[in-house]
Design a protein around this ligand. Structure first.
Ligand SMILES: [Mg+2]
Length: 270
């Protein structure tokens, strides 16, 4: 296969899917991804959502294309096998084992962390299946301050990191993120970073918006500043269009720069 882009990794919320738009997933991105898939490319939705939340939203959006892989909660990998999504168990079991060991170490410090946050901010703190400490801050300013505090705490715990998306944050193992999960999918498919496209809009996308994992980088107009800066710094494309409109524009541009006219993708030569 000679497609310049063989693996497409898109964040979901704000990048592929825009919940409050009339058309949450524009026709154009569906057509582009569908045609690239028909030519052999693989598409990954790389998201912080869990399986049920993503499946429910995808079903409601009634889109015409189906992802080949899912990266869920920024760390678990699932592969579409024709009828449903099957966990990539070798990766997912190692991921679960490493998180369990790490969070056992963190658990003793949770009361102190919660007390620090509660003394200063109106925030929602809870535990879920993926992190013993999850945050929903009242606003992005509060989230920034709490994020700084949590980052300082992480300095004292090897492999602990904070995954932040808007006002949401949780703990994670540093070895598992959108970037390393994308690299694992690429390793399984034997696709090198020069044939990988990644698009995202928020801080939790930074690990995959890296030339270490993908040479074709895109941020839509609505991306946060640090994401736009990172993408620009690595010669990626920052669109003036929001959400998937920007991703489609970036995908077309990268394909054109690689010498593949979009019309050839849509209508491959006979
Ligand atoms: Mg997003």
């Amino acid at each position: 296969m000679s497609l310049p882009i063989q693996l497409i990794s898109t964040d979901f919320d704000g990048t592929f899917f825009a919940e409050f738009e009339n058309l949450p997933v524009p026709e154009k991105i569906q057509t582009l991804i569908g045609q690239l898939q028909a030519r052999g490319a693989k598409w990954v939705i790389n998201t912080g959502r869990d399986m049920s939340s993503l499946m429910e939203t995808l079903a409601r959006a009634r889109i015409s294309v189906q992802p080949d892989y899912l990266v869920l909660v920024e760390r678990e990998i699932h592969c579409h096998d024709g009828s449903w999504y099957v966990g990539v168990e070798e990766w997912n079991q190692a991921c679960a084992r490493d998180h369990k060991a790490l969070f056992a170490r963190v658990r003793v410090d949770l009361p102190g962390l919660m007390a620090w946050v509660n003394a200063r901010f109106q925030a929602t703190l809870y535990e879920d299946a993926y992190s013993p400490f999850c945050l929903i801050a009242g606003n992005n300013g509060d989230a920034d301050a709490i994020h700084d505090f949590l980052n300082d705490y992480c300095l004292g715990v090897p492999n602990l990191t904070v995954v932040r998306n808007d006002v949401y944050a949780r703990f994670s193992h540093a070895a598992y993120n959108k970037g390393t999960a994308l690299a694992e999918i690429a390793r399984r498919l034997k696709i090198t970073p020069d044939h990988i496209f990644a698009a995202g809009d928020h801080l939790n996308d930074l690990p995959m918006l890296s030339r270490e994992f993908a040479h074709w980088l895109v941020a839509p107009e609505n991306a946060v500043i640090s994401v736009k800066e990172s993408v620009r710094r690595q010669n990626g494309f920052v669109s003036s269009l929001p959400h998937a409109h920007g991703v489609a524009q970036g995908l077309e541009l990268h394909l054109a720069n690689a010498g593949l006219a979009v019309s050839n993708v849509i209508h491959p030569p006979a």
